[in-house]
Design a protein around this ligand. Structure first.
Ligand code: FES
Length: 87
């Protein structure tokens, strides 16, 4: 009689997955992340100017405004994820 081998995992599947990554910071000056902008846009479709008014993002050095605009696009373009934090 041939026996089958059974592999028994030692930990539940979720324990073997890497921890979730924190949302990408879009505006360093005001510590606004992509999840906050996405939540804002989900509640009310908004423009770049409205996000700036609501969050203050983009009002200090202004270098993040293209990332705010990219975060508002559905889905965000690939360069949004490839971009590093504001230098
Ligand atoms: S990084 Fe957003 S205003 Fe400077």
């Amino acid at each position: 009689m041939k026996m089958k081998s059974i592999i028994i995992p030692t930990s539940p599947p979720h324990a073997r997955m890497p921890p979730p990554r924190p949302p990408m910071i879009v505006c360093i000056c005001h510590n606004i992340n992509a999840a906050q902008i996405a939540e804002l846009a989900e509640r009310h479709p908004c423009t770049l100017e409205e996000v700036i008014d609501c969050t203050g993002a983009g009002t200090c050095c202004g270098k993040c405004q293209w990332r705010i605009q990219a975060a508002l696009q559905e889905p965000p373009p690939a360069e949004f994820y490839e971009a590093t934090a504001c230098a």
